[in-house]
Design a protein around this ligand. Structure first.
Ligand code: MG
Length: 474
């Protein structure tokens, strides 16, 4: 048993006395007259190191830092993929994205000419909670298929306000302007991204300068309308994915440039959501989770974030590509603390359904696990492994403190070149979270154990046909 679990072992022994006294054998489940509300807020391409509570020295994030101080801050929390679409699919289905075809062999995400989307057979968190009587709303970026049959309203959400794919798509650049230059000095009409309510487009191009503010207003209105609950609010922000836009109130207000302005506006937005929950009197029956869909887009330099001490960023299977902030806030139920347990955004699916008193689908493999024991400080995470895929290929695998890399590759023009390792690299993520020192030769037992675990995992994974490669008219 490693140090990560030691605190829980002691807690378990202390808890045993209480269990005997109370004849109570189930974990402490919050006593509520109805299932809890679930609010999941995600940033887009925000890195592990972009918040004050995760070590950023000068971007001001007081609302998220308050959530972290009052709630549980995770230091080993992962997006399931290093880019948008597969990460979002996994979060909403509780399944590794390759099982649902949410990957490509050539394309990493969906595009405006994609011919596919999240398959109808998938059960989303919105569908599962809707069955249990939840009101379900999404405010923000979808990115799981823009054609009508794939929209959020066809996947269990009662309402949607947001954009169908990334804010840098539908390019309409002036003659001679490169994409990169446009992204560094963006104008609204360079990207003809539509803004949609439910299934109706009502603005094109989307005025991205006010997008974070408008998402916030929509989220607050949803909370007020559904205060009697229970409800699921999924709030996937479009920012800080490039091109970066902030509203007038936040522009040039941070000391970290436009990227800092954008993060500070998202932090303000989180504060507005928390305030709305407080005003509605539902904070103590609401779990709020904040995370990011993948790591920072490092090739955009000052327009990208930082993964802090982690290696790599968006698109890579180094830690910086997938390990992201994970903050869980539920006043009166989640005790303040920091956990080193391992969790994945996929686990939000299983955890939320368990908290709602439901069952995850039993007719298919579900990869998400229930993190309640960690949230309620009752035991270790059931998750001990993480699989790191790029374009549907297993590049790396973590078990406990150790991670092996079968393939390493940078992304978006950044090193390293793709390298297939005949002898996989082995990193000890507890001693070396920055993945600097290959210890494969000096720790043969650990090496054999994690490679064997990876091979078992690989043998048990099921793949659907990759759907991201279906693009264009042909
Ligand atoms: Mg993203």
């Amino acid at each position: 048993m490693d140090g990560r679990h030691r605190r829980h072992r002691l807690t378990a022994i202390a808890g045993l006395t209480l269990l005997v006294a109370a004849c109570e054998l189930t974990p402490r489940t919050p006593t509520l007259d109805q299932p809890p509300n679930i609010v999941i807020i995600t940033a887009d391409d925000m890195g592990y190191g972009d918040l004050g509570s995760y070590g950023h020295p000068n971007i001001r994030t007081p609302h998220l830092d308050r959530m972290a101080a009052e709630g549980q801050r995770w230091t080993n929390f992962y997006a399931q993929a290093p880019v948008c679409s597969p990460s979002r699919a996994a979060l909403l289905t509780g399944r590794v994205h390759v099982r649902s075809g949410m990957f490509g062999r050539r394309q990493g995400v969906f595009f405006p000419d994609s011919r596919s989307g999240l398959p109808d057979e998938e059960v989303t968190l919105a569908e599962a909670l809707g069955e249990l009587g939840y009101a379900t709303g999404i405010v923000g970026k979808w990115h799981l298929g823009h054609l009508p049959q794939y929209l959020p309203t066809r996947h269990g959400f009662d309402s949607w306000y947001g954009i169908p794919y990334s804010n840098d798509m539908d390019q309409n650049l002036p003659e001679g302007l490169t994409n990169r230059s446009a992204l560094f000095e963006p104008e609204i009409d360079y990207w003809q991204v539509p803004l949609i309510r439910n299934e109706t487009e009502f603005e094109r191009p989307t005025d991205q300068t006010t997008l974070t503010r408008r998402y916030t207003e929509e989220a607050v209105a949803f909370i007020e309308a559904n205060r009697d609950g229970p409800f699921l609010l999924y709030l996937p922000h479009s920012m800080p994915h490039v091109p970066l836009f902030a509203s007038d109130e936040f522009r040039e207000q941070s000391t970290a440039g436009i990227y800092g302005d954008v993060i500070e506006e998202i932090d303000w937005s989180v504060g507005q959501v928390i305030a709305a929950l407080d005003r509605a009197g539902v904070s103590e029956r609401t779990l709020v989770v904040f995370t990011s869909d993948n790591g920072p887009w490092l090739s955009f330099q000052t327009h990208g974030g930082t993964s802090g001490l982690l290696r790599g960023g968006k698109g890579t299977t180094f830690e910086g590509g997938m390990r992201v902030p994970g903050i869980f806030w539920w006043p009166g139920t989640i005790e303040p603390g920091v956990t080193q347990e391992i969790g994945s955004a996929m686990d939000l699916f299983t955890t939320a359904i368990a908290l709602a008193g439901g069952q995850v689908p039993d007719d298919r493999p579900i990869d998400g696990v229930d993190l309640s024991a960690v949230l309620f400080d009752e035991g270790p995470s059931p998750r001990d492994v993480m699989a790191y895929y790029r374009l549907g290929e297993l590049y790396a695998f973590r078990q406990g403190r150790y991670k092996v890399h079968f393939v390493t590759e940078g992304r978006y023009g950044l090193p390293p070149e793709r390298t297939d390792h005949d002898t996989p690299l082995l990193f000890d993520l507890d001693q070396d979270p920055s993945e600097r020192f290959d210890v494969a030769a000096e720790r043969p037992e650990a090496f054999d154990a994690v490679v064997a675990a990876a091979e078992r995992y690989r043998a048990n994974m099921t793949f659907a046909e990759p759907l991201f490669d279906l693009r264009g008219g042909s």
